[in-house]
Design a protein around this ligand. Sequence first.
Ligand code: UD1
Length: 381
Amino acid sequence: MTVAVIDRPVLVVAGARPNFMKVVPILHELERRGVPRLFVHTGQHYDVKMSEALLADLGAPTPDVMLDVGSGTHAVQTARVMERFEPVLMEHRPSWVVVVGDVNSTLACALVAAKLREELGCRIAHVEAGLRSHDWAMPEEVNRVLADQLSDLLLLPVEEARGNLQREGLASVPTVFVGNVMIDALFSVLEAGRKLQAPAKHGVEPGRFVLATLHRPSNVDDPQQLAFLLEALAAVAETTPVVFPIHPRTTARARSANLEDLLAKLIVTEPFGYMEMSAMLCEAAATVTDSGGVQQEATVLGIPCLTMRDRTEWIDTVQTGTNRLASWPPTVESVKRETREAISRGRVSIGAKAPAGWDGKSAARIVDAMLNAVGGRQGAR
Ligand code: UD1
């Protein structure tokens, strides 16, 4: 095996909440191996609860570069990241640009790096490559398909993702199965999280509450859909308390649709830090969510999950038996019934049924893949 010596830094990009838990294990692993690294935070998420608190929980290094792009339409946000990322790339001339997941910052930075690949001799690694919802209405689907097309090294969280890349003409791009790096982050906080006694802080008893999250534009941007989903959660709350750490997008939409009455029936909190979220999930009777991350974490923890979408990129979570997709379109009755079913399924110990590579060792495989990589896109040095 040839191990390329990396004398220029590996530049790791994070922009939004679901990126942070994926980059921190990679940053730690680079550090441990003495590989020079540069941590760039685009500032797509900027609220303390959406960014700093999560990074602190994960023991993240302070970002070396902050782009402070903030919110905006998709075009504005993506363009702003591109504009501010280009000079950073020119200045630091990294050996690798690592982008993770599928948020606007992922695509923006991959696109800038692809245009400078020849000039700077840098390569792009996409962590979480090959996942697809096959739903082009989701901004994330656009971001992930294009990020894969731009990358030199495709790092798969699940083996099934390989077929999607082959179908999209990417069979010749180096592709390595590395497993799920978010599980590295989850394992790193579990022990400290248990000591928080998080349920008591929110007035609920361990094993006797539902943890709910909703933030997908398709669920929260349409006032009628949001009203209906909150009504369904309120119906669940008649028998089991529902803790609802609310995303800023959902807060804004609920406010403008005058849905405070429905929110009042739930235990609404600010977004949790990563440790508190994991601690609450560990103790929940079930979770109702539209987040990809929560589906994965619930699977590893064996917590029954009801996913409020008509499909999932994370098929393994359904195959493992912890996750079920809600009947779609849902009704207040169906959400209530399916949440009850989830609660009565109870916690399972998934043990050997855990998806391969969801073992807390993914960051090491990611760094190995970069150090051992040869080739990439035609013309890459
Ligand atoms: C983004 C990602 C989504 C991810 C989600 C997790 C894209 C296309 N979407 O969606 O894949 O699942 O993050 O949270 O990249 N806001 C704040 N404070 C913040 C961040 C956002 O108040 O720190 C508000 C702003 O009003 C903003 C809205 O939330 O307009 C939405 O934020 P944005 O980053 O545009 O998308 P998300 O819905 O968070």
